[in-house]
Design a protein around this ligand. Structure first.
Ligand code: PMP
Length: 423
Protein backbone atom coordinates (compact mmCIF):
# COMPACT_ATOMS: atom_id res chain seq x y z
CA UNK A 1 0.00 0.00 0.00
CA UNK A 2 1.75 3.13 -1.17
CA UNK A 3 0.48 6.64 -0.52
CA UNK A 4 0.38 7.35 -4.25
CA UNK A 5 -1.97 4.43 -4.85
CA UNK A 6 -4.48 5.48 -2.16
CA UNK A 7 -7.76 7.21 -2.97
CA UNK A 8 -8.55 10.47 -1.14
CA UNK A 9 -11.02 8.55 1.05
CA UNK A 10 -8.37 6.00 1.99
CA UNK A 11 -5.93 8.78 2.86
CA UNK A 12 -8.62 10.43 4.98
CA UNK A 13 -9.22 7.22 6.89
CA UNK A 14 -5.45 6.67 7.35
CA UNK A 15 -5.25 10.26 8.62
CA UNK A 16 -8.09 9.69 11.09
CA UNK A 17 -6.52 6.44 12.29
CA UNK A 18 -3.14 8.12 12.89
CA UNK A 19 -4.81 11.12 14.51
CA UNK A 20 -6.55 8.81 16.98
CA UNK A 21 -3.21 7.10 17.70
CA UNK A 22 -1.65 10.54 18.11
CA UNK A 23 -4.30 11.65 20.62
CA UNK A 24 -3.61 8.52 22.68
CA UNK A 25 0.09 9.32 22.51
CA UNK A 26 -0.55 12.86 23.77
CA UNK A 27 -2.72 11.56 26.59
CA UNK A 28 0.13 9.32 27.76
CA UNK A 29 2.02 12.44 28.97
CA UNK A 30 5.37 11.21 27.64
CA UNK A 31 8.66 12.94 28.39
CA UNK A 32 11.20 11.30 26.09
CA UNK A 33 14.40 12.78 24.69
CA UNK A 34 16.01 11.51 21.49
CA UNK A 35 17.88 14.70 20.70
CA UNK A 36 21.54 13.91 21.27
CA UNK A 37 23.79 10.92 20.70
CA UNK A 38 24.77 10.34 24.29
CA UNK A 39 25.92 7.03 25.80
CA UNK A 40 23.45 5.56 28.30
CA UNK A 41 24.34 5.25 32.01
CA UNK A 42 24.78 1.50 31.44
CA UNK A 43 27.44 2.23 28.82
CA UNK A 44 29.20 4.69 31.12
CA UNK A 45 29.20 2.04 33.84
CA UNK A 46 31.44 -0.15 31.64
CA UNK A 47 34.34 2.18 32.43
CA UNK A 48 33.61 2.76 36.10
CA UNK A 49 37.02 1.33 37.00
CA UNK A 50 38.61 4.44 35.51
CA UNK A 51 37.35 6.48 38.43
CA UNK A 52 39.63 4.68 40.85
CA UNK A 53 42.69 4.98 38.63
CA UNK A 54 45.59 5.70 38.59
CA UNK A 55 45.68 5.75 42.41
CA UNK A 56 49.17 6.53 43.64
CA UNK A 57 50.74 5.01 40.50
CA UNK A 58 50.81 8.37 38.80
CA UNK A 59 54.10 8.08 36.92
CA UNK A 60 54.02 7.10 33.25
CA UNK A 61 56.20 4.42 31.64
CA UNK A 62 59.08 6.87 31.30
CA UNK A 63 58.80 7.95 34.93
CA UNK A 64 57.12 11.30 34.18
CA UNK A 65 55.00 12.57 37.07
CA UNK A 66 51.62 13.00 35.38
CA UNK A 67 50.43 15.33 38.13
CA UNK A 68 52.73 18.07 36.93
CA UNK A 69 52.75 20.55 34.03
CA UNK A 70 54.11 19.69 30.59
CA UNK A 71 53.96 17.00 27.95
CA UNK A 72 52.09 19.14 25.41
CA UNK A 73 51.64 16.33 22.88
CA UNK A 74 50.31 13.83 25.42
CA UNK A 75 51.37 10.53 26.94
CA UNK A 76 53.27 8.27 24.51
CA UNK A 77 51.65 5.03 25.72
CA UNK A 78 48.14 6.33 25.02
CA UNK A 79 49.16 7.92 21.72
CA UNK A 80 50.54 4.54 20.66
CA UNK A 81 47.11 2.92 21.03
CA UNK A 82 45.37 5.62 19.00
CA UNK A 83 48.17 5.82 16.46
CA UNK A 84 47.04 2.36 15.36
CA UNK A 85 43.36 3.29 15.30
CA UNK A 86 44.01 6.56 13.44
CA UNK A 87 46.66 5.04 11.15
CA UNK A 88 49.04 7.91 11.86
CA UNK A 89 52.62 7.39 13.16
CA UNK A 90 52.75 7.86 16.92
CA UNK A 91 55.04 10.91 16.69
CA UNK A 92 52.37 12.58 14.57
CA UNK A 93 49.55 11.99 17.06
CA UNK A 94 48.66 14.50 19.78
CA UNK A 95 46.58 13.43 22.80
CA UNK A 96 44.61 16.24 24.40
CA UNK A 97 41.87 16.77 26.92
CA UNK A 98 38.27 15.65 26.75
CA UNK A 99 36.87 16.97 23.44
CA UNK A 100 37.97 16.44 19.86
CA UNK A 101 35.52 19.20 18.99
CA UNK A 102 37.84 21.59 20.86
CA UNK A 103 40.76 20.39 18.68
CA UNK A 104 38.70 21.05 15.54
CA UNK A 105 37.78 24.46 16.94
CA UNK A 106 41.43 25.28 17.60
CA UNK A 107 42.59 24.05 14.19
CA UNK A 108 40.01 26.29 12.55
CA UNK A 109 40.77 29.31 14.72
CA UNK A 110 44.57 28.92 14.31
CA UNK A 111 44.03 28.71 10.53
CA UNK A 112 41.83 31.80 10.53
CA UNK A 113 44.05 33.92 12.75
CA UNK A 114 47.52 32.68 11.80
CA UNK A 115 47.18 30.63 8.61
CA UNK A 116 48.30 27.04 8.08
CA UNK A 117 51.89 26.12 7.10
CA UNK A 118 50.77 26.32 3.44
CA UNK A 119 48.74 29.54 3.65
CA UNK A 120 49.85 32.68 1.84
CA UNK A 121 48.06 34.62 4.61
CA UNK A 122 45.73 33.90 7.55
CA UNK A 123 42.37 32.67 6.32
CA UNK A 124 40.65 35.59 8.07
CA UNK A 125 42.45 37.96 5.70
CA UNK A 126 40.86 36.31 2.65
CA UNK A 127 37.75 37.95 1.18
CA UNK A 128 35.86 34.73 1.73
CA UNK A 129 36.54 31.31 3.26
CA UNK A 130 34.33 28.42 2.22
CA UNK A 131 33.99 24.87 3.57
CA UNK A 132 32.46 21.93 1.73
CA UNK A 133 29.86 20.29 3.95
CA UNK A 134 28.70 16.76 3.09
CA UNK A 135 25.03 16.42 4.05
CA UNK A 136 23.41 15.16 6.07
CA UNK A 137 26.27 15.88 8.47
CA UNK A 138 27.13 16.70 12.08
CA UNK A 139 25.36 19.81 13.33
CA UNK A 140 28.17 20.89 15.66
CA UNK A 141 30.65 20.96 12.75
CA UNK A 142 28.36 23.31 10.91
CA UNK A 143 27.73 25.45 14.00
CA UNK A 144 31.49 25.85 14.38
CA UNK A 145 32.20 27.05 10.85
CA UNK A 146 29.10 29.25 10.95
CA UNK A 147 30.25 30.92 14.17
CA UNK A 148 33.50 32.07 12.56
CA UNK A 149 31.89 33.34 9.37
CA UNK A 150 33.06 30.48 7.16
CA UNK A 151 30.66 30.07 4.26
CA UNK A 152 29.27 26.53 4.01
CA UNK A 153 28.28 24.79 0.81
CA UNK A 154 26.45 21.47 1.10
CA UNK A 155 27.28 18.49 -1.11
CA UNK A 156 25.42 15.23 -1.02
CA UNK A 157 26.91 12.45 1.10
CA UNK A 158 26.50 9.14 -0.70
CA UNK A 159 26.92 5.69 0.85
CA UNK A 160 30.62 5.70 -0.13
CA UNK A 161 31.43 9.34 0.62
CA UNK A 162 30.73 12.84 -0.68
CA UNK A 163 29.54 13.51 -4.22
CA UNK A 164 32.96 13.88 -5.83
CA UNK A 165 31.67 15.67 -8.94
CA UNK A 166 30.40 18.47 -6.72
CA UNK A 167 33.53 18.39 -4.54
CA UNK A 168 35.82 18.65 -7.59
CA UNK A 169 33.89 21.63 -8.91
CA UNK A 170 33.95 23.44 -5.56
CA UNK A 171 37.64 22.74 -4.94
CA UNK A 172 38.45 24.65 -8.13
CA UNK A 173 37.45 27.84 -6.26
CA UNK A 174 40.35 29.52 -4.41
CA UNK A 175 38.06 30.51 -1.51
CA UNK A 176 37.32 26.84 -0.76
CA UNK A 177 39.76 26.11 2.04
CA UNK A 178 38.45 22.88 3.43
CA UNK A 179 35.81 20.32 4.10
CA UNK A 180 34.19 18.49 6.98
CA UNK A 181 34.06 14.72 6.79
CA UNK A 182 33.13 11.90 9.17
CA UNK A 183 34.69 8.97 7.32
CA UNK A 184 33.39 5.99 9.23
CA UNK A 185 29.80 5.71 10.27
CA UNK A 186 28.91 9.28 9.43
CA UNK A 187 26.72 11.30 11.72
CA UNK A 188 23.81 10.80 11.06
CA UNK A 189 23.66 8.43 8.07
CA UNK A 190 26.33 5.88 9.00
CA UNK A 191 27.91 6.29 5.53
CA UNK A 192 31.49 5.05 5.21
CA UNK A 193 33.97 6.83 2.93
CA UNK A 194 35.39 4.17 0.60
CA UNK A 195 39.09 3.70 -0.08
CA UNK A 196 38.52 4.92 -3.66
CA UNK A 197 36.78 8.13 -2.61
CA UNK A 198 39.44 8.76 0.05
CA UNK A 199 42.15 8.36 -2.61
CA UNK A 200 40.30 10.83 -4.84
CA UNK A 201 40.08 13.34 -2.00
CA UNK A 202 43.80 12.94 -1.35
CA UNK A 203 44.66 13.52 -5.00
CA UNK A 204 42.06 16.25 -5.60
CA UNK A 205 43.21 19.33 -7.51
CA UNK A 206 42.43 22.30 -5.30
CA UNK A 207 42.80 25.97 -6.16
CA UNK A 208 43.69 26.74 -2.54
CA UNK A 209 47.25 25.59 -1.68
CA UNK A 210 46.16 25.20 1.94
CA UNK A 211 43.03 23.09 1.46
CA UNK A 212 42.29 21.01 4.59
CA UNK A 213 40.14 17.95 5.18
CA UNK A 214 38.83 17.84 8.76
CA UNK A 215 38.63 14.03 8.90
CA UNK A 216 36.62 13.48 12.07
CA UNK A 217 36.86 9.79 12.84
CA UNK A 218 34.70 10.00 15.96
CA UNK A 219 33.21 6.54 15.35
CA UNK A 220 36.33 4.68 14.12
CA UNK A 221 35.78 1.65 16.36
CA UNK A 222 32.05 1.94 16.99
CA UNK A 223 30.86 -1.11 15.07
CA UNK A 224 27.33 -2.48 15.34
CA UNK A 225 28.01 -5.72 13.44
CA UNK A 226 30.80 -8.31 13.36
CA UNK A 227 32.44 -6.33 10.59
CA UNK A 228 35.26 -4.10 11.81
CA UNK A 229 35.01 -1.56 9.01
CA UNK A 230 38.46 -0.16 8.29
CA UNK A 231 38.80 3.55 7.69
CA UNK A 232 40.95 4.64 4.75
CA UNK A 233 44.44 5.85 5.69
CA UNK A 234 43.82 9.43 4.64
CA UNK A 235 47.09 10.86 5.97
CA UNK A 236 49.07 8.21 4.07
CA UNK A 237 47.00 8.71 0.92
CA UNK A 238 47.50 12.48 1.04
CA UNK A 239 51.25 12.07 1.52
CA UNK A 240 51.41 9.64 -1.41
CA UNK A 241 49.52 12.15 -3.59
CA UNK A 242 51.93 14.96 -2.81
CA UNK A 243 49.58 16.76 -0.40
CA UNK A 244 51.05 15.71 2.96
CA UNK A 245 49.41 18.52 4.95
CA UNK A 246 45.92 18.14 3.54
CA UNK A 247 44.23 15.86 6.07
CA UNK A 248 43.86 16.29 9.81
CA UNK A 249 42.45 13.28 11.63
CA UNK A 250 40.48 13.64 14.85
CA UNK A 251 39.28 10.97 17.28
CA UNK A 252 38.33 10.65 20.93
CA UNK A 253 37.30 8.23 23.63
CA UNK A 254 34.08 10.19 24.28
CA UNK A 255 32.00 7.21 23.21
CA UNK A 256 34.49 4.60 24.33
CA UNK A 257 34.93 5.56 27.99
CA UNK A 258 33.29 8.73 29.37
CA UNK A 259 31.66 11.26 27.03
CA UNK A 260 32.55 14.15 29.31
CA UNK A 261 35.88 12.92 30.65
CA UNK A 262 37.59 11.08 27.83
CA UNK A 263 40.71 11.91 25.84
CA UNK A 264 40.83 13.40 22.34
CA UNK A 265 43.38 12.97 19.58
CA UNK A 266 44.68 14.80 16.52
CA UNK A 267 46.89 13.21 13.87
CA UNK A 268 48.42 14.65 10.73
CA UNK A 269 51.71 15.31 8.90
CA UNK A 270 54.83 16.20 10.89
CA UNK A 271 54.59 19.80 9.70
CA UNK A 272 50.92 20.18 10.65
CA UNK A 273 51.50 18.65 14.06
CA UNK A 274 54.40 21.00 14.74
CA UNK A 275 52.22 23.94 13.64
CA UNK A 276 49.36 22.78 15.85
CA UNK A 277 51.59 22.30 18.89
CA UNK A 278 53.29 25.67 18.41
CA UNK A 279 49.90 27.36 18.48
CA UNK A 280 48.57 25.10 21.24
CA UNK A 281 51.59 25.86 23.42
CA UNK A 282 50.32 29.41 23.87
CA UNK A 283 46.92 28.15 25.00
CA UNK A 284 47.99 25.51 27.52
CA UNK A 285 51.08 24.23 29.31
CA UNK A 286 49.92 20.67 28.81
CA UNK A 287 46.93 18.32 28.88
CA UNK A 288 45.38 16.33 31.73
CA UNK A 289 48.00 13.57 31.80
CA UNK A 290 46.44 11.84 34.80
CA UNK A 291 43.36 11.15 32.68
CA UNK A 292 45.57 10.04 29.81
CA UNK A 293 47.52 7.67 32.07
CA UNK A 294 44.43 6.00 33.45
CA UNK A 295 43.04 5.64 29.94
CA UNK A 296 46.28 4.03 28.74
CA UNK A 297 46.20 1.57 31.66
CA UNK A 298 42.50 0.86 31.43
CA UNK A 299 42.43 0.30 27.65
CA UNK A 300 45.81 -1.48 27.53
CA UNK A 301 46.09 -1.83 23.77
CA UNK A 302 44.02 -1.74 20.59
CA UNK A 303 42.47 -5.12 21.38
CA UNK A 304 41.45 -3.69 24.76
CA UNK A 305 39.63 -0.93 22.92
CA UNK A 306 37.87 -3.42 20.65
CA UNK A 307 36.87 -5.54 23.64
CA UNK A 308 35.30 -2.56 25.36
CA UNK A 309 33.52 -1.61 22.13
CA UNK A 310 32.08 -5.13 21.98
CA UNK A 311 30.53 -4.51 25.41
CA UNK A 312 29.07 -1.23 24.12
CA UNK A 313 27.72 -3.03 21.09
CA UNK A 314 25.96 -5.60 23.28
CA UNK A 315 24.10 -2.72 24.93
CA UNK A 316 23.31 -0.53 21.94
CA UNK A 317 22.89 -2.91 18.98
CA UNK A 318 19.50 -4.15 20.31
CA UNK A 319 18.40 -0.50 20.48
CA UNK A 320 19.29 0.06 16.84
CA UNK A 321 17.51 -3.19 15.94
CA UNK A 322 14.40 -2.00 17.79
CA UNK A 323 14.41 1.30 15.89
CA UNK A 324 14.76 -0.43 12.53
CA UNK A 325 12.13 -3.03 13.37
CA UNK A 326 9.55 -0.39 14.32
CA UNK A 327 10.32 1.76 11.28
CA UNK A 328 9.94 -1.30 9.04
CA UNK A 329 6.70 -2.38 10.73
CA UNK A 330 5.05 0.99 10.79
CA UNK A 331 6.43 2.70 7.67
CA UNK A 332 7.74 -0.11 5.48
CA UNK A 333 4.57 -0.57 3.48
CA UNK A 334 4.21 3.11 2.62
CA UNK A 335 6.27 5.03 0.11
CA UNK A 336 6.82 8.07 2.29
CA UNK A 337 9.98 7.38 4.26
CA UNK A 338 13.42 5.83 3.93
CA UNK A 339 16.07 5.35 6.59
CA UNK A 340 19.67 4.31 6.97
CA UNK A 341 20.62 0.90 8.37
CA UNK A 342 24.01 1.78 9.86
CA UNK A 343 26.73 -0.77 10.52
CA UNK A 344 28.12 1.44 13.24
CA UNK A 345 28.11 4.86 14.84
CA UNK A 346 25.41 6.49 16.90
CA UNK A 347 22.52 7.43 14.64
CA UNK A 348 19.82 6.42 12.22
CA UNK A 349 19.02 8.98 9.53
CA UNK A 350 15.32 9.11 8.63
CA UNK A 351 14.03 10.81 5.49
CA UNK A 352 10.29 11.47 5.67
CA UNK A 353 8.00 12.87 2.96
CA UNK A 354 9.48 16.02 1.44
CA UNK A 355 8.25 19.13 3.22
CA UNK A 356 7.09 17.34 6.38
CA UNK A 357 10.15 16.92 8.63
CA UNK A 358 9.51 20.14 10.57
CA UNK A 359 5.88 19.16 11.06
CA UNK A 360 6.88 15.68 12.25
CA UNK A 361 9.29 17.12 14.82
CA UNK A 362 6.60 19.61 15.94
CA UNK A 363 4.03 16.81 16.33
CA UNK A 364 6.57 14.76 18.30
CA UNK A 365 7.34 17.71 20.58
CA UNK A 366 3.64 18.25 21.29
CA UNK A 367 3.39 14.60 22.25
CA UNK A 368 6.36 14.83 24.65
CA UNK A 369 8.98 13.29 22.34
CA UNK A 370 11.95 15.62 21.86
CA UNK A 371 13.74 15.06 18.54
CA UNK A 372 16.76 16.94 17.12
CA UNK A 373 15.31 19.95 15.23
CA UNK A 374 14.52 19.22 11.58
CA UNK A 375 17.31 20.55 9.36
CA UNK A 376 19.96 20.24 12.09
CA UNK A 377 22.09 17.99 9.90
CA UNK A 378 22.44 20.72 7.26
CA UNK A 379 24.51 23.94 7.18
CA UNK A 380 22.53 26.86 8.61
CA UNK A 381 19.89 24.33 9.74
CA UNK A 382 18.48 24.46 6.25
CA UNK A 383 17.33 21.16 4.79
CA UNK A 384 16.12 22.27 1.36
CA UNK A 385 13.73 19.31 1.15
CA UNK A 386 12.65 19.52 4.80
CA UNK A 387 12.75 15.75 5.05
CA UNK A 388 15.65 14.65 7.24
CA UNK A 389 15.32 13.66 10.90
CA UNK A 390 18.17 12.32 13.03
CA UNK A 391 17.37 9.51 15.43
CA UNK A 392 19.73 9.00 18.39
CA UNK A 393 18.86 5.59 19.90
CA UNK A 394 21.62 5.10 22.48
CA UNK A 395 20.56 7.06 25.57
CA UNK A 396 16.97 6.02 26.39
CA UNK A 397 16.06 2.63 27.83
CA UNK A 398 14.84 0.17 25.21
CA UNK A 399 11.23 0.49 26.41
CA UNK A 400 11.33 4.28 26.21
CA UNK A 401 12.97 4.03 22.83
CA UNK A 402 10.27 1.71 21.47
CA UNK A 403 7.56 4.09 22.70
CA UNK A 404 9.36 7.08 21.17
CA UNK A 405 9.98 5.49 17.77
CA UNK A 406 6.44 4.16 17.56
CA UNK A 407 5.22 7.68 18.38
CA UNK A 408 7.59 9.11 15.79
CA UNK A 409 6.18 6.73 13.15
CA UNK A 410 2.66 7.89 14.01
CA UNK A 411 3.78 11.51 13.52
CA UNK A 412 5.48 10.65 10.19
CA UNK A 413 2.27 9.06 8.86
CA UNK A 414 0.04 11.80 10.24
CA UNK A 415 2.16 14.58 8.73
CA UNK A 416 2.23 12.84 5.35
CA UNK A 417 -1.54 12.32 5.40
CA UNK A 418 -2.09 15.96 6.39
CA UNK A 419 0.09 17.03 3.49
CA UNK A 420 -1.80 14.86 1.00
CA UNK A 421 -5.15 16.12 2.23
CA UNK A 422 -4.22 19.79 2.05
CA UNK A 423 -2.31 19.74 -1.24
N1 PMP B 1 32.39 14.29 15.96
C1 PMP B 1 31.24 13.67 15.69
C2 PMP B 1 30.96 13.23 14.30
C3 PMP B 1 30.31 13.43 16.71
O1 PMP B 1 29.15 12.82 16.43
C4 PMP B 1 30.63 13.85 18.02
C5 PMP B 1 29.69 13.63 19.18
N2 PMP B 1 28.36 13.68 18.92
C6 PMP B 1 31.82 14.52 18.24
C7 PMP B 1 32.70 14.71 17.20
C8 PMP B 1 32.20 15.05 19.59
O2 PMP B 1 33.38 14.47 19.98
P1 PMP B 1 34.12 14.91 21.30
O3 PMP B 1 33.31 14.46 22.46
O4 PMP B 1 35.45 14.24 21.20
O5 PMP B 1 34.24 16.42 21.26
Amino acid sequence: MTFASLTPDQIQSLHDEQLAAYRTLQDAGLKLDLTRGKPSPEQLDLSLELLSMPGDEYKDAKGTDTRNYGGLNGLPELRAIFSEIMQVPVDQVVAGDNASLAMMHDTLVFSLLRGTPDSPRPWAEEDEVTFICPVPGYDRHFALTQQYGVKMVPVELHDDGPDMVAVRELAAEPSVKGMWLVPTYGNPSGAVVSEAVAAELAALETAAPDFRIFWDNAYAVHHLTDERTKTADIVGLCAASGHPNRAIVYASTSKITFAGSGVCFLGSSEENVEWYLTNLGKRTIGPDKINQLRHARYLGDVEGVHKLMEAHRAIIAPKFEAVLEILRDRLGSHDIATWSEPKGGYFVSLDVADGTASRVVELCREAGIAMTPAGASFPYGDDPRDRNIRIAPTFPSIDELRTAIDGLATCVLLAAAEQHLTS
